[in-house]
Design a protein around this ligand. Structure first.
Ligand SMILES: [Zn+2]
Ligand SMILES: [Zn+2]
Length: 359
């Protein structure tokens, strides 16, 4: 399978199949990467089951996957930063490099971003993927290719911690104990947070969080009573969390769920002058207590993927400050990619990250 460009293609909603695609040819400044490991992301599964995410709509068949690492197999003209045989992690979004956002270094906000497996751009679940050489990051020998694939979700955590401006001694609260919540917590701790609490509705996820990046975990069980205002419920939930679990107001609260009730509660868990970082993606319109945000000067900050994080992610891993291996709970061969997607879709217990390995 490895000498042909077998690709895992979303044909239309609920229909994925393998296709033999043309072998890519590297143009100036590009390389071809023989993909070896790809993590499955919630967004990949969402395109499969819904055909769209927000205003990104699949109108044509699209190769899935964007969390990849592999081996450089050929170089286009002018590439001097890499050699054939180098192990690299792929940063899946290539911006225009010319616009205002690119020039100020916030290239994640480039309006002309070409991001793998975001329509109309093909993803990385194939044998050979063409990519800009400057968005391929050489992995040291101490980092495996499957760990290299984890540089993408770790990048989300690092960027979130930066957006939250986590400082030495900060108390941090995280909603969501999935891969992104865990990695955001890990990045916050590495950035100096003194205490990280992670809350979720899944006991098994919290059990894992305890062994990974959480100092304290909280199982969310409360439900809003009928007719109760959602922000009143959120305020009450925050008060109960603090009273029952001995948690103090946090300098930075990360919502990694997108669930409105969690975002609302985040506001009430943030200290005066604190920060709420919106990492998760949920309903596009949500109601927050503006009075609290305003009177207590809480910064509510958005997060769009990441920028300038790959070198940091690799350094954190190479130095042992952050571990990503523990998050890889399941592995599938590329030929069984559909089974891997089904696994993620079913949200099987004990699953954090599923990685697809090419031969
Ligand atoms: Zn992802
Ligand atoms: Zn740009």
């Amino acid at each position: 399978m490895s000498n042909t460009n077998t690709s895992f293609v979303l044909q239309k909603i609920d229909e994925i199949s393998f296709e033999q695609r043309d072998m890519p040819i590297a143009g100036p400044g590009e390389v071809i990467v023989n993909i070896k490991a790809t993590g499955i992301c919630g967004s990949d599964v969402h395109y499969w089951t819904h055909g769209s995410i927000g205003h990104f709509i699949c109108k044509a068949p699209m190769v899935l996957g964007h969390e990849s690492a592999g081996i450089v197999s050929s170089l286009g003209p002018g590439v001097t930063s890499l050699k054939v045989g180098d192990a690299v992690a792929l940063e899946p979004g290539v911006p225009c490099r010319n616009c205002e956002m690119c020039k100020i270094g916030k290239y994640n906000l480039c309006p002309d971003m070409k991001f793998a497996a975001t329509p109309p751009y093909d993803g990385t679940l194939c044998n050979y993927y063409k990519h800009a050489a400057d968005f391929c990051y050489k992995l040291p020998q101490s980092i495996s290719l499957e760990e290299g694939a984890m540089m993408e979700p770790l990048s989300v955590g690092i960027h979130a911690a930066r957006r939250g401006n986590v400082k030495l001694g900060d108390r941090v609260f995280v909603f969501g104990a999935g891969a992104i919540g865990l990695l955001t917590a890990a990045a916050a701790k590495a950035a100096g947070a003194s205490h990280v609490t992670i809350a979720d509705i899944s006991e098994s996820k919290l059990d894992f969080a305890k062994t990974y990046s959480a100092d304290k975990t909280i199982l969310l069980t409360k439900k809003r009573s009928e007719g109760q205002d959602s922000n009143d419920f959120a305020r009450q939930q925050a008060e109960e969390i603090m009273a029952e679990h001995g948690v103090e107001l946090a300098n930075v609260v990360f919502d990694c769920t997108g669930a409105e009730v969690c975002v609302q509660t985040s506001v009430f868990l943030a200290k005066n002058n604190g920060c709420v970082v919106l990492v998760g993606m949920g309903a596009s319109v949500q109601s927050l207590s503006v009075a609290d945000i305003s009177a207590r000067e809480i910064d509510v900050r958005g997060v769009m993927r990441y920028c300038n994080t790959y070198p940091t992610a690799i350094e954190m891993l190479a130095s042992g400050k952050i571990d990503v291996k523990a998050l890889i709970t399941h592995r599938y061969q590329f030929k069984d990619a559909l089974k891997a997607f089904q696994h993620v879709k079913e949200a099987r217990q004990g699953t954090i990250k599923v990685v697809i390995l090419n031969e």
